[in-house]
Design a protein around this ligand. Structure first.
Ligand SMILES: C[S@@+](CC[C@H](N)C(=O)[O-])C[C@H]1O[C@@H](n2cnc3c(N)ncnc32)[C@H](O)[C@@H]1O
Length: 274
């Protein structure tokens, strides 16, 4: 069957936008992401997408394709087929993913499926929690004189993180681990075996940019002792490296988004009154 067999006569193929929803707070969406959501006919979204972000979609059909506790995961092939079918029906489709679509988000796989099917698509970058989660806790992933590099690994399997972390010179970079709570003790043990100081500062930032945001700080030795396993349900990003110490100074001083908005409008008001 040719691709044209799926098309509604007279309707051009729709555009598929692979859109990053950022770490949670809708204020962290890009303007393009907001526009695509408002213009969408269909939105396929993941579990980590904040419901307030979905509320920007207007009358679009919303289809949940994420992981839900106790239910089998929706197969990637099925999602790819949904994207292709909706676009061939002339719909503008948003594939909405937490953070950035190309950071541990399978956005690349979906893009390849769209290319294979001849569907026009675009990528709308999002704010990745790899950087935003530490940042919102006052932890810069690089800082002159402290850390000149950062590496981001997935903790979902040893095959994913071990080759990278085993070759990293001790204390040479900030290590950011996503999907890593269950493996945090193994990761910490690996780093200590490879010569990292057990006293290296570590943080677990969970629910960043949501109302459930929490920050735990300790050391790599604490992680090796299992501190990460009791970090709770919210999605969490682990940060390891000397930069974590800066969170104690900057995190405490960071204005909450509401306070920032108030002080900005006060400043603007003062400027306008001048
Ligand atoms: C499947 S990965 C998706 C990453 C996403 N594409 C990104 O760029 O942020 C999911 C992981 O992202 C991290 N994550 C997502 N949202 C987060 C948040 N609000 N706070 C902290 N970490 C978060 C966690 O490590 C979680 O296990």
């Amino acid at each position: 069957m040719t691709s044209s067999a799926f098309r509604t006569p007279g309707r051009a193929t729709g555009l598929v936008s692979l859109v990053g929803a950022g770490p949670g707070d809708p204020d962290l969406l890009t303007r393009r992401a907001v526009r695509r959501l408002q213009e969408a006919d269909v939105v396929l979204y993941d579990a980590l997408v904040n419901p307030d972000v979905l509320d920007l979609t207007g009358s679009a059909q919303r289809i949940f394709v994420g992981k839900r506790a106790g239910r089998p995961q929706v197969q990637q092939d099925f999602i790819n087929r949904l994207l292709v079918r909706a676009a061939r029906r002339g719909r503008n489709v948003v594939r909405l993913k937490g953070g950035d679509p190309f950071v541990f988000g399978r956005g690349g796989e979906e893009a390849l499926a769209l290319v294979a099917a001849g569907i026009p698509f675009e990528v709308v970058p999002g704010v990745s929690s790899a950087i935003a989660a530490p940042e919102l806790a006052g932890i810069p992933v690089t800082h002159r004189g402290i850390s000149a590099a950062f590496v981001v690994v997935s903790g979902h399997a040893a095959e994913a993180y071990s080759p990278v972390l085993s070759t990293l010179a001790p204390q040479s970079a900030t290590v950011v681990v996503m999907m890593g709570l269950a493996s945090s003790a193994s990761i910490a043990e690996l780093l200590i075996e490879r010569g990292w100081l057990p006293s290296t500062p570590a943080a677990i930032v969970s629910g960043a940019a949501t109302t459930n945001a929490r920050v735990w700080t300790g050391t790599v030795a604490d992680l090796a002792d299992g501190a990460g396993e009791s970090a709770g349900e919210a999605p969490a990003t682990i940060v390891i490296g000397e930069v974590v110490s800066m969170g104690a100074i900057l995190g405490a001083e960071l204005a909450a988004p509401g306070e920032r908005a108030r002080s900005t409008s006060e400043a603007l008001g003062t400027a306008a009154a001048r």
